[in-house]
Design a protein around this ligand. Structure first.
Ligand code: ADQ
Length: 467
């Protein structure tokens, strides 16, 4: 049986699982790596004065991780630069925030070459290689240049932008062509898949077959949509754990009979937090009679603090939440509890369960796992309502959520009113349908969906996404 080599920017050792952000993904990779006796390779998160390519191996609970340290300039140009100041904003339709610097592009290329040089000797002839996300688009091409003939796949965790938007990236065609070095390229949704195909056909002159195979010159790549899920079983259990029960009680006590609306996001401009606050403010203004019957708990741990646009959004959110609280709070009630810290998954599960509304309104999101976690954590007898942005990848699957346009404060306000008034039978019906999807297409399903296609193991599982 082939071994699996997973390559991603950062690597989570099994003991780091509870840390949050990489939770579900780490679980999926670790399960895959145990099954296929593989290696997980990536940046250690540490800096070194001079890149040597020395690999730190670690073996825990049947999973081998291999990491390398990077130079400060590497991290500045590759990670903070090209990945997070060029590709991230552009791929999330924020061309106004995208910075195009040759130094970033050079650093991105250099680090991908360094990763390729380092990981190449670890790859044996029968291994299957699976590269993750926008940090490493050219890695497969670099491995081919180094004589790697293995099956190789790539999965993009963020949206793929429309063709005309992508054209604004200097050397876009070159970057996209490097994707043709892979055998399989995966996206979360049909929308991102079709945008990729559109670019390949219109701008690169590729041809497209019905099964999603793209041909260009002597290369063929199969492009597929495989929506990621969460570790549903684990999350349902987390929501019933003693810690979750305690947190649930604490939330309910502090709510003092009021309905909790919860938002949980990394502090990122793509998550639409500013628009969410303004939509909630609109609700407060238009429905004064309901004001003191609810409160919004927004949990948003800061991320990518070295990047200026993230520092700006942080200041902006402090300003807006402060203004709303100043304008509407009373001596015994504040409309927004704004919390800038991360919480362990069991605590998060208890908070979700206590919330009458899960407010998940990104302006653009590859998938959004918080929407699925919120559903998995609910009490089947008395579930809350998910309000979901129609611009999250998750909206292709989660039709029974109350779908909103996050740019419209009025729509957000209407959705809150609708969710608060929703009869129990309707809440249960919607939740049951959502939960069916979250259970069927969990993170292990996603991993199989992709690796089966990549390894050519019989029929790949078809993604049951919407038309
Ligand atoms: P993210 O942009 O990080 O992921 P998301 O899918 O919502 O977005 O995942 C965030 C994870 O972090 C969730 O598991 C959530 O529970 C956790 N998290 C967030 N805030 C937390 C907090 N305060 N405390 C603890 N945990 C917290 C990227 C893409 C997404 C895509 C995923 C997976 O941007 O679109 O769904 O990868 O492919």
């Amino acid at each position: 049986m082939s071994r699996l080599i997973v390559i991603s920017n950062r690597v989570s050792a099994p003991k780091g699982q509870s840390a949050g952000a990489q939770g579900g993904l780490a679980v999926a990779f670790q399960a895959a790596l145990r099954e296929y006796r593989g290696i997980w390779f990536g940046w250690s998160g540490e800096l070194t004065d001079e890149f040597t390519g020395q690999i730190h191996f670690q073996r825990e609970q049947g999973v081998t991780t291999a990491t390398v340290d990077l130079e400060e300039q590497d991290v500045e140009e590759y990670y903070n630069g090209y990945a997070n100041r060029t590709l991230w904003p552009l791929f999330h339709y924020r061309i106004d925030l995208a910075e195009f610097e040759r130094g970033f592009e050079d650093g991105y290329q250099r680090v991908n070459e360094r990763f390729a040089d380092t990981v190449r000797p670890l790859i044996e002839p029968d291994d299957v290689v699976w590269v993750q996300d926008y940090h490493m688009i050219p890695l497969g091409h670099e491995l081919r240049e180094r004589g790697c003939k293995n099956r190789m796949g790539f999965f993009l965790h963020i949206p793929w932008p429309p063709r005309r938007l992508l054209s604004s990236l200097p050397n876009a065609a070159h970057l996209v062509k490097t994707l043709l070095a892979y055998d399989v390229v995966g996206f979360h949704t049909k929308e991102w898949l079709e945008a990729f195909q559109d670019y390949a056909v219109q701008d690169l002159g590729a041809t497209l077959e019905e099964d999603g195979t793209i041909h260009l010159g002597d290369r063929s790549v199969r492009a597929v949509a495989c929506p990621i899920g969460i570790d549903t079983k684990e999350f349902v259990e987390a929501a019933q754990s003693p810690t979750a029960r305690l947190t649930y009680r604490r939330m309910r006590d502090s709510a003092d009979g009021r309905d909790l609306i919860v938002g949980v996001d990394r502090l990122d401009y793509s998550k639409g937090l500013e628009e969410r606050f303004l939509g909630y403010e609109r609700f407060l203004v238009d429905h004064p009679e309901q004001r003191k019957e609810v409160f919004l708990l927004q949990i948003a741990p800061p991320s990518r603090g070295d990047v200026e646009s993230y520092q700006r959004i942080r200041v902006q959110l402090e300003r807006i939440s402060g203004r709303i609280n100043g304008a509407y709070a009373d001596i015994d009630w504040v409309p927004i509890r704004y919390v800038n810290q991360g919480f362990p998954r069991h605590v998060l599960a208890g908070i979700y369960r206590a919330a009458r509304i899960g407010l998940v309104t990104p302006l653009r999101d590859g998938m959004n796992l918080v929407a699925k976690e919120y559903v998995a954590a609910q009490d089947p007898e008395d579930p809350g309502v998910l309000i979901l942005s129609k611009f999250a990848g998750a909206s292709e699957q989660m039709h029974e959520a109350v779908l909103v346009n996050p740019y419209s404060a009025e729509e957000m306000s209407d959705a809150i009113v609708q969710a608060l008034a929703m009869p129990k039978e309707e809440r249960i019906r919607r939740w049951r349908a959502l939960m069916d999807g979250v259970e069927k297409q969990d993170v292990l399903w996603w991993r199989r969906c992709f690796t089966h296609t990549l390894m050519g193991e019989g029929q790949a599982l078809e993604a049951e996404t919407a038309d």
